[in-house]
Design a protein around this ligand. Structure first.
Ligand code: ADP
Ligand code: ADP
Ligand code: SF4
Length: 610
């Protein structure tokens, strides 16, 4: 008997009318006459509160032999079962469990007035569940899924902890909540009207004009919400949340589709709201851009576990230790390894290496749209086979225009490009809306679909297996991103252009996607041009950098591809941001503006590798 394992049955996948209960027939306890796997009807004969169909299965966690057996997991033709051994260090009962054989959450984050609390962890680990509890929308059942869930019991559990105060206030109905959802793309489906109408509804603090100005929302105030871009929607959603007058603000991802300058503005706005001496506001932020999270949060909960099965919120850590431990893959207080290997950064710029075969050499080119409303100038340069070029610069500065020029989709006004590279392009905003399954979609792109090479190089690092049978239209933002990266890399091409592959991916997925892109470019003698605003991702990914500067929507200028050190200096000088190195781990951290290190590094002209 293993009392430390958890069994989760995915009721969307369990299809007893299409199998022969192989799980139950092969389950060792069942074979000795015990009722480890039975139908839900058998298990809950007198109880109509269970979810799912009566014929779907229920697994007894008391009788189950645990992960080392795992026979049912293998036997189920629909991958509906997960059996995972819980870490021994976890001695509490869950805070909430959605039902029999459903996801379990352990622990809760602690909102703290005057502070920004961060949550760092993968998707599907229970962050939204925790927030629903803190917002009073879900009464945690402490793992007992009867009808008795009540806040007194929760308060008992957390008496004496930092959560006690918060829960008491919540029970007194004293807490108001403002929340920004993770996937802003859904907003137009829920709101019919223009930006001004949406924002005016939410302006409880009378701060709209300031927010609109600082987030540069003026140009789209009279535009209908369903016509604005993802980056604009993100800023509108953030403004709408911060304009509310609440005690507890929850922001689920603030960076997707925003450039670094915009990310810094948002971070500053959140900070100011926490620091407001007139009010006791608690800010809770989920964020996967570690440089921004580091800058913004005071304390951090690391969320770990097995996505979709169980999630654990650690006690709060300092933001520095939290991120260091997360990257290291080992949580000190919890005595818990969460990843076999650590994620490390080079403290010194990589040395110049010989570059191999040129892919293309191009002259100075320029391109403008309309009557010169926007113009782009590109310095002459050379791109090599097998390299990954990082592309950095603000939104609206001409990055996609350059990709289109290289692809031969549009012609330059000045300068001639005598090549038409085969380009495979993943746009920033992904529209894959065909009513089609993921596997049919990907096999329509490449003959290599399903080969062991394709599985190892693409499907596995992008975690496609669990979503292969889903409809494209049912995918979450992060799942859609992974399918779009896979589709882009599966296309035969000379140049792979990926625009913001990090959007909606969690940190693990960013690292995995990064190595998939790198390996793919190397193995195919192809070049990857990766546009991204996550500095950590660019650092881990790029061999050289192409830097865009200018004035968004008016004029853009692209440098030739540069070595990392020169490129980072060029880029960060324009943004007026310097990075120092964490003393323990060498990881880059944004300096406080005006600090001694910031001033010294600016004098030395060393913005990144100091
Ligand atoms: P995150 O915010 O970290 O992405 P969530 O809290 O949204 O994670 O979800 C954690 C897990 O709980 C997911 O596997 C999800 O499928 C499951 N879950 C969420 N809501 C329910 C529900 N009402 N019933 C059963 N399972 C649920
Ligand atoms: P980025 O990829 O850096 O965000 P883009 O290359 O997409 O920038 O766009 C640069 C500028 O050119 C933007 O102001 C955009 O609105 C404008 N633009 C892009 N395509 C066209 C077009 N076909 N006609 C007119 N303006 C365009
Ligand atoms: Fe039975 Fe547990 Fe083994 Fe599954 S893992 S077959 S439920 S003992």
């Amino acid at each position: 008997m293993a009392d430390d394992s958890i069994a989760v049955v995915d009721l969307d996948r369990c299809q007893p009318d299409r199998c022969n209960y192989e799980c139950a027939n092969f389950c060792p306890p069942n074979r000795t006459g015990e009722e480890c796997i039975v139908t839900r009807e058998e298990r809950f004969a007198d109880d109509d509160r269970y979810e799912g169909d009566p014929d779907q299965i229920s697994i007894s966690e008391e009788l189950c032999l645990g992960e080392t057996c795992g026979i049912c997991v293998e036997k189920c033709p629909f991958d509906a079962i997960e059996i995972i051994n819980l870490p021994q260090e976890l001695d509490d009962e869950p805070t909430h469990r959605y039902g029999d054989n459903a996801f379990a959450l352990y622990g809760l984050p602690v909102p703290s007035p005057g502070n920004v609390t961060g949550i760092l962890g993968p998707n599907g680990i229970g962050k939204s569940t925790a927030v629903k509890a803190l917002a009073g929308e879900l009464v945690p059942n402490l793992g007992e899924f009867d009808d008795d869930a009540n806040w007194e019991a929760v308060l008992d559990r957390y008496r004496g902890s930092e959560l006690q105060n918060y829960i008491t206030q919540l029970m007194d109905d004293d807490i108001t909540v403002a929340r920004k959802p993770q996937y802003v793309d859904q907003i137009p489906k829920q709101f019919d009207g223009n930006t001004r109408e949406l924002l005016e509804q939410t302006d409880e603090r009378g701060v709209l004009d300031e927010l609109v100005e600082r987030l540069s929302i003026q140009p789209i105030m009279d535009q209908s919400i369903d016509s604005i871009s993802g980056g604009e929607l993100q800023r509108v959603a953030i403004a709408a949340t911060l304009a509310r007058d609440a005690d507890f603000y929850f922001l689920d991802e603030i960076t997707p589709y925003l450039d670094i300058g915009q990310r810094m503005v948002v971070a500053r706005l959140i900070r100011e709201l926490a620091d407001d001496p007139e009010a006791d506001r608690s800010m809770l932020v989920v964020e996967h851009d570690l440089a921004i999270l580091d800058l913004l949060a005071d304390t951090l909960h690391v969320a770990y576990g097995e996505p979709g099965v169980f999630g654990v919120m650690t006690d709060p850590k300092s933001v520095r230790n939290g991120i260091n431990e997360y990257l290291e893959g080992y949580l000190n207080n919890e005595n818990m390894r969460i990843r076999p290997e650590s994620i490390t950064f080079e403290e010194h710029a990589p040395r110049e290496t010989s570059r191999g075969t040129p892919l293309v050499e191009y002259p100075e080119i320029s391109k403008s749209y309309g009557d010169g409303e926007f113009s782009l100038d590109v310095d002459a340069g050379m791109i090599y086979e097998g390299e990954v070029l990082g592309v950095v610069g603000p939104n609206g500065i001409g990055k996609s225009t350059l990709a289109k020029l290289f692809a031969g989709n549009i012609d330059p006004d000045d300068g001639e490009l005598d090549f038409n590279l085969d380009i495979s392009y993943k746009p920033q905003y992904i529209e894959i809306d065909q009513p089609m399954r993921v596997d049919s979609f990907l096999s329509s792109i490449t003959d290599e679909f399903g080969t062991s090479y394709w599985n190892t190089e693409i499907a596995q690092p992008l975690q496609l297996d669990p979503i292969m049978e889903q409809q494209l239209t049912d995918l979450s933002g992060g799942e859609r991103q992974r399918v779009a990266i896979a589709a882009c890399l599966s296309e035969p091409a000379d140049l792979y252009v990926l625009d913001e592959p990090s959007a909606h991916l969690d940190v693990e997925q960013r690292v995995q996607a990064t190595s998939a892109i790198r390996r793919y470019a190397e193995n195919h003698d192809a070049t990857a041009l990766v546009i991204d605003h996550d500095i950590y991702m660019i650092d881990l990914l790029a061999d050289r950098l192409m830097v865009f500067d200018g004035e968004p929507a008016k004029h853009g200028h692209a440098t030739e591809p540069q070595e990392m050190r020169a490129g980072m200096n060029d880029f960060l000088a324009d943004l007026d941001i310097t990075f120092r190195r964490d003393e323990g781990t060498g990881r880059p951290r944004i300096n406080k503006p005006g600090s001694q290190k910031d001033s010294q590094q600016k004098r030395d002209g060393e913005y990144y590798y100091s």
